[in-house]
Design a protein around this ligand. Structure first.
Ligand SMILES: Cc1cc2nc3c(=O)[nH]c(=O)nc-3n(C[C@H](O)[C@H](O)[C@H](O)COP(=O)(O)OP(=O)(O)OC[C@H]3O[C@@H](n4cnc5c(N)ncnc54)[C@H](O)[C@@H]3O)c2cc1C
Length: 285
């Protein structure tokens, strides 16, 4: 029987929002914000920034992290996401010039980092090739996928592939603020080659004794790298084995919609109430 809480929890799903149908967010609390550095709120009800691309680097196969300078007044909570607009891109397509991205850097880090799969779309081709110092428009932050307050309840992160991005931010933030929360990250990928930030997330166990990393690779036949961890999809049996001492956990799921829905119904099937589940669907995958 999967451990679950008898306490009251909350469900937060960032479903397509009221704005252009992508990415849930509470946007009302930005009324009356005045002009600031690189920020304007003339028409929008949320902060809008301009930020320059500082650097980019591969963090897994066909997966790249993009580092943008962080305007002084850009304040976010680990786990939140932004909307990024390409300004006069060298090419475009029917999918448009805007994408939602979880901020994969932690609030204490110097840049705004977003991490994405380099799919063959106009948006991603531009992001990968545009000159450094190119400016983009950033809207937000948005979203409510953030670590719960009550440290007596364990946090169980279920991430599939690129879905790990908000969890990297939360985990580095929790380690740097020495939060007492017990946190377990289940990170599922086909192969180690496809797993963003794999080494960093594994070695974070050394700096945060409250944190456990459980990686699983579901397609090792196609890998050239060694792997000594789990090899099945994240399922009830695996959670049962690793959550024996996790006190009344709250579950967090992030990643491509299909994966999120699958894990969500697996938890519901295991008797976990929606009050104890938070989800972030990366619509578009
Ligand atoms: C809350 C949230 C967080 C996300 N975090 C990440 C992340 O950390 N890393 C990542 O790789 N992907 C993330 N995504 C998904 C991302 O927005 C793209 O959909 C995805 O990267 C695929 O883009 P593409 O160019 O490869 O595919 P395409 O098929 O070209 O584009 C995907 C589709 O999504 C639509 N779309 C996505 N975002 C927006 C938006 N904000 N406004 C309007 N239309 C949009 C596009 O119009 C298009 O129809 C997130 C999505 C959401 C909703």
């Amino acid at each position: 029987m999967l451990p679950h809480a008898d306490g009251v929890g909350i469900v937060l799903k960032s479903s397509p929002s009221e704005k252009e149908g992508i990415g849930g967010a509470s946007k009302s609390n930005f009324e009356g914000v005045t002009e600031g550095d690189n920020m304007s709120t003339a028409v929008a009800k949320w902060p809008i920034f301009r930020a320059k691309l500082k650097s980019r680097n591969l963090v897994a196969e066909r997966t790249m992290a993009f580092h943008f300078d962080k305007p002084a007044s850009f304040v976010f909570t680990a786990g939140q996401f932004i909307d990024m607009d390409l300004l006069s891109p060298s090419e475009t397509d029917a999918e448009g010039n805007t994408r939602g991205f979880s901020v994969s850097s932690a609030p204490y880090e110097d840049t705004i980092m977003v991490t994405t799969r380099l799919r063959d779309t106009a948006f991603k081709r531009v992001l990968k090739t545009m000159p450094l110092q190119t400016e983009v428009k950033i809207e937000g932050p948005f979203g409510d996928l953030r670590l719960h307050n009550n440290p007596k309840r364990a946090a169980v992160f279920l991430a599939g592939g690129i879905g790990v991005t908000p969890f990297r931010s939360i985990l580095l933030d929790a380690a740097s603020r020495k939060l007492p929360h017990r946190i377990l990250l289940f990170f599922s990928n086909h192969r180690p080659e496809d797993a963003p930030f794999l080494n960093e997330l594994q070695s974070l166990e050394k700096t945060n004794a409250n944190y456990r990393f459980i990686g699983t690779m579901t397609n090792m036949d196609k890998s050239k790298l060694p792997w000594h961890g789990e090899r099945s999809v994240i399922n009830k049996e695996m959670l049962d084995r690793h959550l024996k001492d996790a006190a009344s956990p709250i579950y967090y799921i992030a990643g491509p919609p299909g994966m999120v829905k699958g894990l969500h119904s697996m938890l519901q099937g295991a008797g976990i109430d929606d009050d104890e589940i938070r989800t972030e669907e990366f619509t578009g995958y």
